[in-house]
Ligand binder design. Structure first.
Ligand code: MGD
Ligand code: MGD
Ligand code: MO
Length: 759
């Protein structure tokens, strides 16, 4: 390919243009119309051909020689490269054996993860479709992003989509909103990203300068967008502040009784709790100040300002990714209900502003071209973050949203497009869990920690090495994703890999429907185009779209559920038992969970360890994706992931800027490189997720291991948000920090594992 042939493509960090560089690599440039291209684009050239790309199918030596079976050698052993036929024969034989001996329930195909952009080559959809054609699999439900809210919201507002599926655009906010009260702030660093990628980063542009007053409530100053006021709060205590704001609205008669009467139920119970009638503790600003560290006068003054104009109460998704993470979301809705502005433009409750590019985006809410996954004949599922519990405790029972579920007995794990050794908590425990199944199959583009913990690694292409079409939720355009590079080594796209397995299991035709990958891309587009045409929206034919590189998505009028509900609460009842917004839920109360009672409540969590660690999303990459790219590598300190400490906490421990520290707690330890900043609250440290997990012997503690690179998930606890949601609670934990002693282990995660080639 000529070096100057720039073609369109898209990634989760947005649509952009790419061209081969003439040396086998790729060069990139932003989309010419993008008002705020993502910094993450800078990782692309470095990751495309990095030495950690998986070149050939590879099999863990012990599994190849000893056959399937539980093994603590996963993640510790060398791999043998084999040809495709050998690898596919072995995997197909194990899928067949397990389903015949134990039924398809023994195959775990949840395969959570962000994979890459592209509507056809979406690894999970491909895998689920394939597994469904061979009799199904144990699935996972919801996600690590907002898995707690997704279970809570139907109890409160009738559906999760009512809140998560509709958010006022930044244009509406600028026009109508006077004040945004942002719990978790509005972190601009997150807003270039969404699944599929937006074509124009209007949200990132807007969040950098929201044009309205923002009260940013966060332990980190940098979560406040341009010009916003920073309310420094103790992590995990937002509910106390929210209740105190509610207490002021109640006792100063600033709440909207008419709205509460007309649209809500259970306010009497909640108000009694605010006054302290049920527990003897009035939730005054003075009470809250002692917990959350925000001054009582500031809380009181903020409450009065909230009642004085159009106010949007927002909660980032990070707040629910925590133990008892239901509470700040429910309390945020209760506050917005007291202000009476739910369903008004620019007012009410927003969830995920500053979490994702589509929240506040101005593209249409539109069904995009979608690959059908078929139906799963197996009904068994887990809430996604219970993966380690499931593998460790087959047959055990647990609570979930008012029901009791039982963990299945998993013998084979098949993962494509996700990295549990990035996303899950307590990675030492996850390693023990991954030792339990008989076979672990992973499709990966790179030698991630998950690939290293597999028995069979199948090399997948990246989006640059194949053709597809892509767009994110609320994107303005659909992008024609052209191929830029030849596949690395012997890599194949997930569709082709799975078609090879389907062939061996006698279902190739059912899986492929006789189409090639290009045939599918064209088919998905054309079928979608026909659907839109029936709704009166006329888009160009495939060839024209492909040549133009993108097509503008039609604007479809939307009437968000809460807007309709506010207009006529009797006609457009919510799908809650009362038909209204439930500030007290009799149903949730009836479950009897002490970690999620019937109304929003302050439920103090245990403190352990001197520093509160925030393990938030990384500014320099997407989760683990791009960690070997230039933007991520440039941010490392002494070759390790940066940990940000307050100078006060560093001084107290004799820790210097730029040095390497050992971060530790009861569960594990990692090394990290020190950055000092007074833009975070004393007592708080930040170690973002995504440094590739690098378990090695801990030189300071013989017999123990640490992550030499700085992955915070060796420290986070593998516990659910609550028995209601069983959601991921990985955002925060407690740790201590000490200077690391020499000799320091080298980081090995950015070089491939030991590989030999079978002659
Ligand atoms: N402590 C802590 N942990 C967290 C969080 C937190 O806040 N704190 N946040 C959580 C959240 S919100 C999320 S969403 C998760 C994210 O967790 P993941 O989504 O699992 O993380 P990614 O690194 O995006 O993993 C996607 C993988 O897919 C691979 N891949 C890309 N393209 C392809 C392809 O075409 N085919 C195949 N087969 N593979 C491909 C990439 O190489 C990458 O390894 O992390 C969670 N973990
Ligand atoms: N650059 C980049 N952007 C991303 C991602 C990425 O990996 N990289 N991941 C994407 C994904 S999958 C998701 S789900 C979203 C996640 O979106 P979020 O979960 O909202 O993002 P985080 O950065 O984890 O957390 C946002 C902020 O919440 C603050 N916070 C943490 N704990 C508390 C607390 O107890 N109280 C208060 N008030 N604030 C607190 C932290 O300071 C943190 O910076 O981000 C998306 N955007
Ligand atoms: Mo996420």
């Amino acid at each position: 390919m000529s070096t100057e042939q720039w073609v369109p493509t898209t990634a989760h960090w947005g649509a952009y243009e790419a061209a081969a560089d003439g040396n086998g690599g790729v060069q990139v440039r932003p989309h010419p119309d993008d008002p705020a291209p993502s910094a993450l684009l800078g990782n692309v050239p470095g990751i495309a051909r990095h030495t950690t790309r998986v070149q050939r199918p590879a099999i863990r030596r012990g599994w190849l020689t000893g056959g399937p079976g539980p093994s603590s050698q996963r993640g510790r052993e060398e791999f043998v490269e084999v040809d495709w036929d050998t690898a596919l024969d072995l995997v197909a034989a194990q899928l067949d054996r397990v389903r015949n001996e134990s039924g398809n329930e023994a195959i775990y195909g949840g395969s959570y993860g962000w994979s890459s952009a592209g509507r056809f080559h979406h690894a999970q959809s491909q895998l689920h479709r394939f597994l469904n054609t061979i009799g199904g699999y144990t699935a996972s439900r919801s996600n690590y992003s907002f898995g707690t809210s997704e279970i809570l919201l139907p109890h409160v507002v009738g559906s999760s989509a009512a809140v998560l599926g509709y958010a006022d655009s930044w244009a509406t906010v600028r026009e109508h909103t006077d004040l945004i009260v942002a719990f978790g702030g509005v972190p601009v660093k997150n807003t270039s990203v969404n699944p599929g990628g937006v074509a124009r980063h209007s949200t990132a542009a807007a969040t950098a300068d929201p044009g309205v007053e923002v009260a940013s409530i966060s332990p980190l100053a940098d979560d406040a967008p341009g010009g916003g006021r920073w309310y420094s709060i103790e992590p995990g205590t937002d509910v106390a502040m929210q209740l105190a704001l509610g207490h002021v609205l109640l006792t100063e008669d600033l709440h909207d009784s008419a709205f509460l009467e007309r649209c809500c139920t259970g306010f009497d119970v909640f108000a009694g709790y605010l006054r302290g009638e049920s527990d003897g503790v009035p939730k005054t600003p003075e009470w809250a100040a002692g917990i959350c560290g925000v001054e009582a006068v500031d809380i009181r003054e903020l409450a009065r300002r909230m009642a004085a104009g159009r106010t949007l109460v927002t909660v980032t998704w990070s707040l629910q990714r925590a133990v008892r993470g239901e509470q700040p979301v429910w309390a945020g809705i209760a506050l917005a209900a007291m202000l009476g502005q739910i369903g008004l433009p620019g007012g009410g409750f927003g969830h995920g502003y500053g979490s994702m590019a589509d929240v506040g985006g101005d593209g249409p809410v539109l069904q995009l071209p979608t690959l059908s996954q078929g139906a799963n004949p197996v009904g068994t599922f887990i809430p996604v973050a219970r993966i380690a519990d499931m593998l460790l405790h087959p047959g055990a029972e647990y609570d979930y949203n008012g029901t009791r579920l039982t963990y299945p007995d998993i013998r084979l794990v098949h993962w494509a497009g996700g990295n549990p050794f990035h996303h899950h908590q307590d990675l030492t425990r996850l390693r023990r869990a991954f030792a339990r199944p008989e076979t672990v199959v992973v499709h990966e583009t790179h030698w991630t920690a998950t690939a290293r913990h597999a028995d069979v690694v199948l090399p997948a292409t990246t989006t640059l090495e194949r053709e597809d079409l892509g767009a994110g939720r609320r994107s303005t355009h659909l992008t024609a994703m052209h191929r830029v590079l030849d596949p690395v080594g012997e890599a194949r796209d997930d569709f082709t890999i799975l078609a090879g397995l389907a062939e061996r299991l006698g279902v190739r035709r059912r899986f492929t429907e006789g189409r090639s990958a290009r045939g599918w891309v064209e088919h998905l587009y054309t079928r979608w185009r026909d659907q839109l045409a029936r709704q009166g929206h006329h888009l160009p034919e495939f060839d024209q779209f492909w040549k133009a590189g993108e097509v503008r998505l039609p604007q479809v009028p939307e009437d968000p559920p809460l807007v309709r509900f506010r207009r006529d609460p009797e006609r457009d009842r919510l799908h809650t038992p009362s038909g209204r917004i439930e500030l007290h839920s009799e149903k949730v109360a009836s479950f009897g969970y002490d970690d999620c009672p019937g109304h929003p409540a302050w439920l103090p969590a245990e403190r352990g360890g001197a520093l509160h660690l925030i393990a938030n999303q990384p500014r320099t990459r997407l989760h683990g994706q791009g960690d070997v790219g230039a933007v991520s590598r440039d941010s490392k300190v002494a070759g390790r992931e940066p940990i940000t400490l307050h100078p006060r906490d560093a001084d107290a421990r004799g820790i210097a800027e730029g040095s390497v520290v050992r971060v530790f707690n009861d569960r594990g330890a990692c090394l990290a490189g020190v950055v000092l900043s007074d833009r975070l609250r004393p007592g708080v440290a930040v170690l973002s997720t995504g440094a590739w997990f690098d378990p090695q012997p801990d030189p300071q503690h013989p017999g123990q291991e640490l992550c030499a690179h700085g992955n915070p998930n060796v420290l986070t606890a593998d516990v659910p948000a609550s028995r209601l949601s069983q959601g991921c609670a990985g955002q925060r934990t407690h740790v201590d920090v000490e200077p690391a002693e020499n000799p320091l282990p080298d980081v090995k995660a950015h070089t491939p594992p030991p590989l030999t080639r079978r002659p």
